[in-house]
Design a protein around this ligand. Structure first.
Ligand SMILES: [Zn+2]
Length: 162
């Protein structure tokens, strides 16, 4: 749940900053920011499908979560449709752009902060990502472990044990 809230808030903040400082609030109604927030949550709804599949058959969460819904193909298709209908259905195009932005922000957050994603699924299952949070936490733990070892050796040295 905290991750879901983070996805919604980060997507809304990024698009609101874009609206204020890049577009200067021109032709950008607030309901589009709501759509960005909802779209920022949608990729993780695959967990619901996992729960449903798990009632019927024994499926692992790794077989469902972060695979089918965590692909750039979905926001790309929405973006292409938005560009296609822009001239004659502008309001719907704006909704699709907002959806595409929120969805893409979710994928960027997931792939940079935690784990790797098959961003080009179903074209390829190759996974991309920086996995920054676990890597940073692991480095902090290693540094803390080294410091505690140094302190222990330092203490033994001064007590005359070494
Ligand atoms: Zn996700």
């Amino acid at each position: 749940m905290p991750a879901a809230v983070t996805h919604v808030i980060v997507a809304i903040v990024i698009v609101d900053l874009f609206r204020k400082y890049v577009l200067k609030k021109k032709n950008f109604p607030l309901y589009l920011i709501l759509i960005v927030g909802i779209a920022g949550l949608l990729p993780d709804l695959d967990i619901l499908f996992y729960w449903i599949f798990n009632l019927i058959t024994s499926v692992q969460i790794s077989e469902v979560h972060r695979l089918f819904s965590h692909t750039l193909l979905i926001p790309f298709i929405a973006f292409v449709i938005a560009v296609g209908v822009w001239t004659f259905w502008t309001k719907f195009a704006h909704i699709l752009f907002a959806f595409s932005a929120g969805y893409t922000i979710h994928l960027v957050l997931d792939s940079t902060l935690s784990g790797k994603l098959a961003l080009l699924y179903p074209l390829t299952t190759m996974q991309y990502g920086l996995n920054l949070i676990p890597n940073i936490l692991l480095r902090i733990l290693k540094i803390m472990f080294r410091l505690s070892n140094h302190q222990e050796e330092f203490g033994r040295y001064h007590r005359g044990d070494i």
